[in-house]
Each structure stands twice: as C-alpha cells, then as structure tokens.
Write a protein that binds this ligand. Structure first.
Ligand code: CTP
Ligand code: MG
Length: 452
C-alpha cells in the first residue's frame, strides 16, 4: 500500500495567544512540530510527507528539516487561509497514493502504531478517523448565549487526528466542497463522508490531544521529558537512599532496574514493578551483565544513579590494604564501570541522558575514621565533572548529589548512638535525585547539589 501524509501547519494559534504559532514553540530541545515530523519520518509505512505552512513558517521549517535530518521524505508547501485549504495544498503537492493520512502538526505525541490500522480501515471503507469519548458534556446553545438543551454524551465522540483517506476520496472531497465549507468547517471526515466514504472510527488516545491553549504547552513539556527519560538504573537500590530513589523514579513513570548485592533487591523491584539485578558493581564483569540484561529487556538506559556505597570506620593508620581497596572499588570504581557503560548506551541510543553520582558531605572538611569513604566520594565529584564535559556533545548530563548525614542503615552501623534529629530522611535526598533525573536543565551539567 502506498501511503502519504499531510501535516497541516499553517495556523497562527490564536487560542494560544502567543506571537509565535504553537507548532514552532520550542519544547525542550526542539520545536513542537519536529516531534510530529520525526514520528512520521521514522515510520517505514509512510513514504511521502507534505507540510503546508504559512509564509513565515517556510524558512523556519526548511531549517528544521535540515537540522533534524528530515529531508528525503518531507516537502514543505504553502498553506492556505483555512485548515481545509492547507490540507488541499498538501494533497496537490503529493504524488498519487493509495491512502493519505492527515495529522495536525500540533498533536506531537502521536505513535506510529496507529498508522497501519488506520490506513487499512481507510483503504477498506474510504476514510477512517480516531476518536475519544467526550470529557465534557455538550450543550446546544442559542445565538444570544443561552442553553438550548444538553446532548447525550454517550452518543457523541470527540474527533482527533490522525485520520486517513483513500487518495481518490480526499481528492473528490475537496473538489466537491463549497467555498463556505472550505473556509469555516474543520472536519475532513465530513467531506469524505459526502464524497462516498463510510467513515470507520477507531479508538484514539489521550496522547493525541491537540495543543490548543497555554496549559497544553506545560503538558507537552512533561510528556516530552517522560519520553526522553524512560529507563533508569539505580545501584545500591535495596535500601536507604537507593531504595527511595528507585521508588521515586518508578512513581514518575520510569522503568527502573534495581541493583544490589543482596537479595532484598528482589523485594524492592517487585514492589515498584521494576527489574531486579543482583550484582556487585565493583566487578566489571558483573556491571557488563547488568547492562546486557537491562538493554536486552528495555533497549535503552536514560538515567544512571550511582548510589552503591560501602564504608567502614577506621583511622588511616590502622586501615588495611584490602579494606581500603574494597571501599574504593565499590564507591569509585563501581561508579566508573557503570558510568562508562551508561555513557556508551546513551551515545548509542542518540537520546542522551543523565548520570547522577551520590556523594557525601564527608568530601569537604574531612572526617576522622572515614578516610577511604571520603576520598572515594570526593573522587566521584571529579568523575561527574569529567562526565559532564565529555557528555556535552551527546546530550549526556552529569550531577553529584551530596547529602548531608542521612538516616540509612550504613550510617547507623557506623554511628549507632547518633540521634535521629540530626539526620536527613533518605526521601529528601531521593527528591533531589529525581529532580536531576526528570527536569529539563539544558545548560546545567557537572554541578554538585548539596542536600542540607
Ligand atoms: N492549520 C493550517 N492552516 C490553517 C489553519 C490551521 O494548516 N489555515 C493547522 C494548524 O497549524 C494546526 C491544525 O491545522 O496544526 C489544527 O488547527 P488548530 O488547532 O485550530 O490550530 P490554529 O488554527 O493554529 O489555532 P487557533 O484555531 O487557535 O488559531
Ligand atoms: Mg484553528
């Protein structure tokens, strides 16, 4: 089946009320319309894409097509005075196809899985649309602003895009439409129906909603973030700060691989619906196994939290080689092995990501009996800063989160007599880690965030 698409993008977004039309609003690192176009460009199912846009939009879109490597499939054409005229211009620019998909530029989170069933339904019936049940009830109104009656919500659906049409039907629909209709109606399915299609309606999605008013931009920003941060690995995740971080990231919708040496990791992973990996991060072969498992299952790593740590209270003069080595191997080398593997996976995916190292307030000012621990944690700061510099070209960010003394089992083992009131709650630390993992902070990287 030969399938083309038209992405109307010539509107001015009057309901948004901003000078820049909504399709050109930059959401994180790219304009809204680029999300839409990238999904279409990725889909092997669609062979040709026409984008009708306004006079001002032409140079902008030409630039996006170049910058985001959309050339090949996408051609930009002049839009029209109304959405219908824009779509018609797109149709005239396309070579004849079997089916044409129409999708608004300002519904950026369409997923490509819908294209095939939609096109097949259109091929069979002449046209097909996506719909959702109504959220609000609908009132029929009088010209002077009074309610006439309410409609039975169950009998109606809200129309979304994508929609699909047999090429011939859409052509005929536009040939037949009167000027008044071309200017003032907005529903292509209605024109197709009158051109002979029996319009099939498929289940749409809340994610196909149209960015229309100001609050929609905020939703789009959150969803864009969610899409770029999907999979996290948290080491030392069976208890303390790591457990709280794993829980908090899972609450934000991330898939979380929980890593620890002990079996408790199973309980935490089960509780959050994540993946448990029992591994010792101080061993490169085990880190390799961890990444193999995560990439095999989820195909990507977007957030790496190096939290695994060990400590022992021992003055430097009394410390044995093995004790020193074990602490440095876990706290510093372990973070390096995971950073290296995560970095490679993030470069490979092309999505970038964030690597967060959990430091300790002992890195500053020193602490009697915590020499190996403090030295290894201080090393993490330098590791973070280097990761930030080397990660910049790939969109990889790195942060150190430095908690003050925190109420964890590790700490209680070191200082059994410490009073609760002096200690931070691990959840407070997890909140800062989650912030670093899920906020869009394009110009921040390499920083240490102290939690006090
Ligand atoms: N559209 C178009 N040509 C027009 C008007 C609209 O291509 N003359 C496109 C818009 O760019 C958008 C889609 O049709 O991608 C859906 O329209 P809508 O949400 O109404 O966008 P705008 O018309 O830009 O917004 P508003 O109605 O608030 O002015
Ligand atoms: Mg409009």
């Amino acid at each position: 089946m030969r399938v083309s698409a038209i992405i109307p993008a010539a509107g001015s977004g009057t309901r948004m009320g901003t000078p820049t039309p909504k399709q050109f609003w930059v959401v994180h690192d790219r304009p809204l319309i680029v999300y839409t176009l990238q999904t279409l460009a990725r889909s092997d199912f669609i062979q040709e894409v026409a984008v009708p846009t306004s006079e001002d939009g032409l140079p902008l879109l030409q630039d996006f097509v170049r910058r985001f490597h959309l050339d090949g499939k996408v051609q930009i054409v002049r839009g029209g005075e109304s959405r219908h005229y824009s779509i018609r211009n797109g149709l005239l620019a396309l070579s004849p196809a079997d089916v044409v998909i129409v999708h608004d530029a300002v519904r950026p989170f369409v997923f490509e899985e819908i294209f095939r069933p939609l096109a097949e339904a259109a091929w069979e019936h002449g046209a097909a649309g996506t719909v959702m049940p109504l959220v609000d009830t609908v009132l029929a109104v009088t010209d002077d602003g009074f309610m006439e009656r309410s409609l039975d919500r169950r009998l109606y659906r809200a129309s979304q895009t994508p929609q699909a049409f047999r090429y011939e039907i859409l052509k005929r629909a536009y040939e037949n439409a009167a000027e008044e209709e071309m200017l003032h109606s907005t529903e292509c399915l209605e024109l197709a129906r009158r051109a002979g299609a029996r319009v099939k309606l498929l289940q749409g999605s809340p994610f196909f909603w149209k960015v229309t008013y100001k609050p929609d931009i905020y939703t789009a920003e959150r969803l864009a973030m969610e899409r770029s941060r999907q999979v996290a690995i948290v080491t030392g995740g069976s208890r303390g700060i790591g457990q709280k971080v794993a829980e908090s990231l899972a609450d934000r919708g991330l898939k979380v691989a929980v890593v620890a040496r002990d079996e408790e990791v199973e309980t935490v992973a089960r509780h959050i619906g994540g993946m448990a990996v029992q591994a010792d991060v101080s061993r490169p072969d085990e880190v390799q196994r961890l990444f193999d498992a995560v990439l095999e299952r989820w195909g990507r790593v977007d957030v790496m939290v190096n939290n695994a740590g060990t400590a022992r209270w021992r003055k430097l003069a009394d410390m044995g080689d093995e004790e020193w080595q074990e602490i440095v191997d876990t706290n510093l080398s372990g973070a390096f092995y995971c950073t290296r593997a995560a970095f490679r996976a993030m470069v490979e995916s092309g999505n970038g990501g964030v690597i967060i190292n959990i430091g300790s307030s002992s890195i500053s000012g020193g602490r009697v009996g915590e020499g190996a621990y403090a030295a290894s944690k201080a090393g993490l700061v330098a590791l973070t800063e280097t990761t930030a510099l080397e990660g910049k070209p790939y969109g990889i960010h790195a942060f150190t989160v430095v908690p003050r003394r925190t109420d964890t089992a590790l700490r209680r083992a070191l200082y059994p007599d410490e009073k609760d009131a002096d200690l931070l709650d691990p959840s407070d630390v997890a909140r800062v880690v989650t912030f670093c993992a899920t906020e869009w902070m394009p110009h921040l990287s390499g920083q240490s965030f102290w939690v006090k």
